[in-house]
Design a protein around this ligand. Structure first.
Ligand SMILES: Nc1ncnc2c1ncn2[C@@H]1O[C@H](COP(=O)(O)OP(=O)(O)OP(=O)(O)O)[C@@H](O)[C@H]1O
Ligand SMILES: N[C@@H](CCO)C(=O)O
Length: 326
C-alpha cells in the first residue's frame, strides 16, 4: 500500500483551513500506488484526493506535474485538477511533505483491458499529446536511454539473481539501444507511465487519466510504445495483435504518425520494455522482503523485450503502416 506518511486530524484540518472546501468529514489512506501517499478526503464541498509527495519525487518537478494537470484540465482532458487554496496556491506543505489536493475522478481501472478500451486509450493519449503541445514548462525525461545503463549498473551485477542470463541480455540490448536510439522524432510532453492502473473507465467509457508523475518531454511515439507494452500483452505473455491494432489505430485517428515514427516503433517498444524491466529490477533487488510495497516482476518486461526484438515492422503489431499515416 502507499501511505508512507501519517497525517493527524488536527494537522489536516489546519491545512484544509487554507482552502474553501468546508469542514473535514472523513479521510482515509489509499492502498494503491507506490510513489506517493494518497488519501481520500470527504469535505462539505465533496470528495477529493490529498497527495503527499514522498522522496522519489523531486520538489523542483512539482510545478511541472501540477501545472500540467491544470493545463490539460483547462483543455478539457479528464484528469485530476489541482485545487487552489484561498491564496490561489495549489502546492502546500503538510506533515513535513509537499502536499496538494485534487478533484476526485469517478471510475475504476481495468485489470483485463478489452480491445475497445485499448483503442480509447490510444485516442486519449493522442489528445493528451495535442493538448499538452503548448505547455510551457520543460522537463527532460530522467528515465530515457541515457539513464538505463546507470540504472543497470546500480543493480550491482545482481540481475542473474532474478533470472540466469538476464545481465547478459540487458548488456547486449543496452548496446543496441544506445547505438540506434532515434534523435529526431516528433517530441512533446508525454505521460510516460500510461499503464492500465492509470486510466479510469466508467460505464464502459474512458473517464480519465491519472498519475502524471513520470510525465516529461520525449518522443511522442515513445509514449505509444510504452502503452503498447502495458496494454496489449495477455497474461500468458502473448502479444494480442487485435489490441495492438486498436491502440495504434485509436492514436493515429487523432494524431496520424509520421513514416519515421512508424519505422521506429519496434525499437521504441524495445526501449520501453527495457525501461520498465530495469526500474522493476532495481526495485526488486532493493525493496526489503516484508515491505508493504508490492514488487513488480522484471521478467514480465524481459519477455516483452524479447518479443519486440523479433518484430521487423509495425504490421506485426496488427496494423499496416499505411493505416497509421494521414
Ligand atoms: N484524482 C483521483 N481520483 C480518484 N482516485 C484517485 C485520484 N488520484 C489517485 N487516485 C487513487 O489513488 C491511487 C494511487 O494514485 P497514483 O497512481 O497517482 O499514486 P502513485 O503513488 O503516484 O502511484 P504509482 O505507483 O502508480 O506511480 C490510484 O490507483 C487511485 O485509486
Ligand atoms: N507502471 C510501472 C510502475 C509505476 O510507475 C510498472 O508497472 O513498472
Amino acid at each position: 500500500m502507499a501511505v508512507y506518511t501519517d497525517v493527524t486530524e488536527p494537522d489536516l484540518s489546519a491545512f484544509l483551513g487554507l482552502y474553501d472546501l468546508g469542514r473535514l468529514l472523513s479521510y482515509k489512506g489509499i492502498a494503491e500506488g507506490v510513489e506517493n501517499s494518497n488519501f481520500l478526503l470527504r469535505c462539505d464541498a465533496g470528495t477529493f484526493i490529498l497527495t503527499l509527495y514522498e522522496k522519489r519525487v523531486a520538489r523542483g518537478d512539482l510545478p511541472f506535474f501540477v501545472g500540467l494537470m491544470e493545463h490539460l484540465s483547462a483543455r478539457g482532458l479528464s484528469c485530476p485538477l489541482p485545487v487552489a487554496n484561498g491564496a490561489g496556491e495549489t502546492l502546500g506543505e503538510l506533515a513535513g511533505r509537499p502536499a496538494a489536493i485534487f478533484t476526485f475522478l469517478e471510475g475504476m481501472w481495468t485489470r483485463r483491458p478489452s480491445a475497445d478500451q485499448c483503442r480509447e486509450v490510444g485516442a486519449a493519449m493522442a489528445r493528451m499529446h495535442r493538448d499538452a503541445a503548448d505547455f510551457p514548462i520543460p522537463r527532460p525525461n530522467a528515465l530515457s536511454v541515457a539513464a538505463w545503463r546507470p540504472l543497470f549498473e546500480a543493480c550491482d551485477g545482481r540481475a542473474d539473481e532474478v533470472r540466469p542470463g538476464l545481465g547478459e541480455t540487458i548488456q547486449a540490448e543496452l548496446d543496441h539501444l544506445e547505438a540506434n536510439w532515434p534523435t529526431d522524432l516528433p517530441a512533446g510532453v508525454i505521460h510516460a507511465d500510461l499503464f492500465p492502473d492509470n486510466v479510469f473507465f466508467l460505464g464502459g467509457e474512458l473517464s480519465g487519466l491519472i498519475d502524471f508523475y513520470f510525465a516529461c518531454n520525449d518522443f511522442l511515439a515513445y509514449d505509444l510504445a510504452i502503452a503498447l507494452c502495458a496494454w496489449c500483452f495477455e497474461p500468458d505473455g502473448s502479444f494480442n495483435a487485435t489490441k495492438g491494432a486498436k491502440m495504434l489505430g485509436g492514436y493515429a485517428g487523432v494524431r496520424p504518425l509520421t513514416p519515421a515514427e512508424i519505422e521506429a516503433l519496434p525499437l521504441l517498444a524495445r526501449g520501453a520494455a527495457m525501461r520498465f524491466c530495469l526500474t522493476r529490477l532495481y526495485d526488486w533487488l532493493n525493496t526489503p522482503d516484508g515491505s508493504f510495497v508490492t514488487k513488480k516482476d522484471p521478467v514480465e518486461y524481459l519477455r516483452k523485450l524479447l518479443f519486440h526484438q523479433r518484430v521487423r515492422s509495425v504490421a506485426e503489431y496488427g496494423v499496416p503502416a499505411e493505416r497509421l499515416t494521414s
